[in-house]
Design a protein. Sequence first.
Length: 192
Amino acid sequence: MPAQQFPVSEIVAAQRPARRDAARNYDALLAAAREAFAEHGSDASLEDIARRAEVGIGTLYRNFPTRRALFESVYADEVNALCRSAGELAGLEPWEALTAWVHRFAGYMVTKRAVREALEGESEIFQACRESMYGACGPLFQRAQQAGVAREDMDFGDLLRLVAGVTATSFTDDAQRDRVLAIALDGVRAGR
């Protein structure tokens, strides 16, 4: 069965160049931007991103004519990866699938904060990303509820806000973030 398409997957596919070498540069720029945004937030230098991707600044601007275009592309690519991962995790036991996805979502939140800061306000891409996230990832949460392993007095939006709240603070390291996230997930689990 082919993976279900969501609005964000169409956006990502439309933005990615068709030529193999151009697609490689595009992918390298997205990866470098994600890394730079995670380290430096929305103030990450475009020159540093091009250097990390091992391309010239002209290649960056050919792919992303504005800083905003780069931020939006990174955001859409990250949401698309989260949506794909929900499909990949669907074969696991409901609680295992949900917690694995939540950990991926927590990692994504670092990049999302930097992108949101830079975009100041709403972007058309945000709506497509939100629809895609709810459509692809919400069923993991609903499946966990139906299996009786996740609380029924909350919805997927509550879960996203919980994880966003946990990841909004700074941690000494990833292990501490994972510990705090596990404590929060204990509150999501049914029968606790």
